[in-house]
Ligand binder design. Sequence first.
Ligand SMILES: *Cc1c(COP(=O)(O)O)cnc(C)c1O
Length: 380
Amino acid sequence: MRWKMSDSRDLQNFSGGPGALPPSVLRQLQEAIVEVPELGLSLLGISHRSDWFAGVVAETERNIRLLLGLSDDYQVLLLQGGATQQFSMVPMTLLRDKQQPAEYLDTGYWSGKAIVEARREGPVKVIWDSSDNGYCRLPSDAELSYSATAPYLHYVSNETVEGLQFHRILGRDEVPRVCDMSSDFLSRPCDAQRFSLIYAHAQKNLGPAGVTVVVLRDELLKEVPEGLPGFLDYRNHVKAHSNFNTPPVFAIYAVMLVSRWLLHDIGGLSNMARINSQKAEILYGVLDAHADFYRGRAAPADRSLMNVCFNLPSPELERRFLSEVGSAGFSGLAGHRSIGGLRASIYNGMSLVAVERLAEFMLGFRAAPAVGLQRLARAN
Ligand SMILES: *Cc1c(COP(=O)(O)O)cnc(C)c1O
């Protein structure tokens, strides 16, 4: 039987990552796995040395340049190893043998991981630590003081686990900005040229796991330390046009399709941001209207438009919510294993309609859980 998109539960997949992809992209991937129309070959068996694949890389790069408005002094690389490898590659390139500390913000789970790796390479100064507030809010400008001479400033634009997002650009213009945008890349307009290096793996907003987009300014590669492993030296990937070793052809093709979808179906990042804000407003609206029951984790000013994190009054209610939301055909709503609770991730590929349906479910659950719990208690 032929798989029909309308049967797919994927339309209601609120997972924190990998995230849901647009149905039109899934359909094109489905077709390409059997046969790429213009080649008559399966996508999975096409040589990464073919002209066709060079064209896929070139278009992906071009589309990302267009979406971000990048000038020619920026490189767009398609690498492997996920965001985690960038946690190391960035300090290997920019911090090794340096005396001055790089400045890092510790705003959540993922920035904590980046800091651990940076410390292996050189001195790190943590200029903000959210552990004091339980990672429930982000710093204001008045709470941050930056050095003018740090090798670079690193932060995470959207803390996926805690549901916190910066709605401004941090740092000073004379210090290179490095940003992990894994969970909000291409979800809104971005003044990318104010950054020296942006990295984002594909599996939240751009495609399947396996490829990581790195946008970097040429100037950053002037003083790369000698003796880095070839694979971990950005310059080799620049020279090889992201084809230094066998790249993940499938994942890169998917990212190309998503970048086309963003340009041609959505109509650019401003439109994408408008849709993403609408989705977030619907869910935060439910949280705000029932704040005694749906307890949002993030301070309202720092709420993420990608990951809506909340708790219910008790762990039993959270378990019950997960079980009922699952029976209603939704998936991926459990919070990250490190903090529990509940999380609705509403990346680019998640439709407004699915978010409306989830909000409806939440209102229904708000009205009924007490009844359900009493029933449970009576049964025991
Ligand atoms: C998911 C996530 C990561 C982890 O990336 P991997 O590709 O699994 O290495 C890193 N940073 C952020 C912000 C994330 O959301």
